[in-house]
Design a protein around this ligand. Structure first.
Ligand SMILES: [Zn+2]
Ligand SMILES: [Zn+2]
Length: 314
């Protein structure tokens, strides 16, 4: 992130940012130390946030200092930032067919779990991976085995940590392009670790589900409820899409500026069946302030019956 884009380089806000009745946040930079993300999230007006706990495209093992973890906890408490969601490094592929890559993925994911526990995070999001070189069934079996191996001996339940399997754009060889595939993986893991799902609006849309029309979204939520279960989705990734429904092309767009548009986000944010969930944007930063604008775009959509917006101070 360029310096001029970083909200930490702007003067601190004089007033506490307004909040809504929903948990709304954004993927936040950890530049300068993981704990800085909490201060950024607060200044962006979030009451939940997501981070990477290590460099997202490097294998290098990485451990966090006690002071960083303590400071993260202190700031989260001070600002009421809950839940903390960690997104796993993009290189991790629990379904990998190549043996060396499979082992590296297990090792790296174990590091992710250890850091999530050290930080006291509630959720760790994982893409179920690519089964290129084998078939879908083998991929699912390998992914479940990798996650089980990576977490063996670690007490996630005691640490209050749940692994979230994220649905994907459904590109060839990728697992998790349908709700049923996500549900199948959850089923295999449920007896081993605390697991649930993270549903990404952009991935759902480009995978071919209709979330744009009112009727389409209603039916898509019926499908999601019948497979994964709405109550098993504690985190929604709110991203508009650059590509069309069914394109399988995962390109995130600013809220309201893409092929999804504002209305589906309004419906999701105000659906009482999803009131337990955190809604987190993973939108691009093309211009300074885009992060703040996307958080505000989501917050503005939150209404109560009768269309009145809920705004209150901490
Ligand atoms: Zn996502
Ligand atoms: Zn994506």
């Amino acid at each position: 992130m360029a310096d001029e884009q970083d909200i930490l380089n702007l003067p601190a806000p004089k007033h506490q940012p307004h909040l809504t009745s929903r948990r709304i946040g954004i993927h936040t930079s950890v530049a300068g130390g993981v704990q800085n993300a909490a201060e950024r999230a607060y200044r962006l007006g979030c009451n939940t946030f997501q981070i990477f706990s290590s460099s997202p495209r490097q294998w290098k093992p990485y451990s966090l200092g006690q002071m960083q973890c303590d400071e993260m906890k202190r700031l989260r408490e001070k600002y009421g930032l809950k839940p903390l969601v960690i997104h796993t490094n993009y290189l991790v592929n629990p379904a990998a067919t190549n043996e060396e890559f499979f082992k590296k993925s297990i090792e790296a994911f174990r590091g992710e779990v250890e850091r999530a526990l050290a930080l006291g995070a509630e959720y760790l999001v994982l893409h179920p991976g690519s089964f290129r070189g084998s078939d879908r069934e083998q991929g699912l079996t390998r992914a479940a085995a990798a996650i089980a191996a990576a977490t063996s001996g670690l007490d996630l339940a005691k640490g209050g940590l749940t692994i979230l399997i994220e649905n994907t754009a459904g590109a060839e060889f990728s697992l998790g392009g349908s709700f049923e595939q996500v549900a199948e993986l959850l089923e295999r893991l449920r007896s081993i670790i605390p697991v649930a799902a993270c549903i990404d609006t952009c991935h759902t849309h480009v995978a071919g589900y209709d979330i744009v029309s009112e009727e389409g979204l209603r039916e898509t939520l019926v499908k999601l409820d019948a497979s994964v279960g709405l109550k098993n989705v504690p985190v929604w990734h709110c991203n508009d899409a650059k590509a069309a429904c069914g394109s399988k092309l995962d390109r995130h767009q600013h809220i309201g500026n893409g092929s999804i548009g504002l209305e589906p986000f309004r419906r999701l944010l105000n659906d009482p069946r999803l009131a337990h969930a955190a809604f987190i944007a993973e939108t691009p930063i093309d211009e300074p302030g885009d992060d703040l604008r996307n958080v505000e775009a989501l917050k503005k959509l939150v209404v109560i019956r009768g269309g009145q917006q809920i705004l209150f101070h901490l």
